[in-house]
Design a binder for this molecule. Structure first.
Ligand code: MLT
Length: 273
């Protein structure tokens, strides 16, 4: 199996982020933005599959994986600052953005701020709407659980929400890898991300203005951002395609990497032409 290099530390302004940057430097660049509460490691199947043909950048959002927590007080706006700071440091002017769930929230807001920086957009298992009050109260409960019981106990309750039943039953290696990613994250970072997501803006109005070629991908068993939500979002984006990945829940790229990559490859190759 292809080796993925260790993440290195890149200065993005007021702190550093842990970043993997693989593939030919002059190839089409793609930046992968992970979901909550994971790390860049959730993109390993894509880093393995595409690094011969594309420049792939996958990083840990602050307070996740190996990126420092800083003061633990975050907004999606700050995560977008970090994304642009990272692209600037890597001297990447235009990029294909690929974000899953919280990564999609970051990507949509980044597109709203600087659309000219994106030559392509991949929105995975995500939504453009801000939280409802019910959603915000669920985040308050999650914060309470994280602070009271810690990351490991939180992972136990979170896994059944994000993984499809067939993954939970038959793919112990995926369950273990996701659990490990969650349990390794600092509680302050996860609490900070929950508050950032609760306070995020609604980017639905942006969708019809997206000019970059866009692909929407969703797991067929995604309960958090279901296929109906993905289709609705895709319908609002001019020319966007949508792929529903079979045998996958919210983590479509990890639960069925072949199905996910079969959709991503032709999309990326089309952007190269
Ligand atoms: C994620 O996977 O990033 C989260 O489920 C997103 C959220 O909590 O809204």
């Amino acid at each position: 199996m292809k080796e993925i290099p260790e993440a290195r530390s890149v200065d993005v302004g007021d702190q550093t982020l842990a970043v993997v940057d693989v593939g030919p430097e002059d190839a089409l660049p793609v930046v992968f933005i992970h979901g909550f509460p994971f790390s860049h490691r959730m993109w390993e199947p894509q880093l393995r599959a595409f690094s011969d043909d594309f420049r792939l950048v996958a990083y840990d959002i602050r307070g996740h994986g190996q990126s420092p927590v800083g003061d633990g007080q975050y907004t999606i706006e700050l995560f977008v600052d970090d994304l642009f700071g990272l692209l600037d440091r890597l001297e990447i002017e235009e990029v294909v953005g690929c974000g899953l769930s919280m990564g999609g929230y970051v990507l949509l807001r980044a597109l709203e701020r600087e659309p000219e920086r994106f030559g392509g957009v991949v929105l995975c298992d995500t939504r453009s709407e801000a939280d409802t009050d019910e959603g915000r109260l669920k985040r308050v409960a999650a914060i309470r659980a994280l602070k009271g019981e810690g990351a490991s106990a939180y992972a136990d309750t979170f896994l059944p929400l994000v993984l499809a039943p067939e993954t939970l039953d038959a793919r112990p290696e995926i369950v273990a890898a996701v659990r490990e990613m969650i349990a390794a994250n600092p509680v302050e970072g996860m609490v900070g991300a929950q508050i950032a997501m609760a306070a995020r803006t609604d980017t639905t109005d942006l969708l019809r203005q997206i000019e970059a070629p866009t692909l929407v991908i969703v797991g067929e068993r995604d309960e958090l951002t279901p296929p109906a939500t993905a289709r609705e979002m895709a319908q609002r984006i001019p020319g966007a395609g949508v792929t529903v990945v079979s045998r996958a829940g919210h983590l479509s790229n990890l639960e069925n990497p072949d199905g996910f990559n079969d959709a991503l490859r032709p999309f990326l190759e089309g952007l190269r032409e």
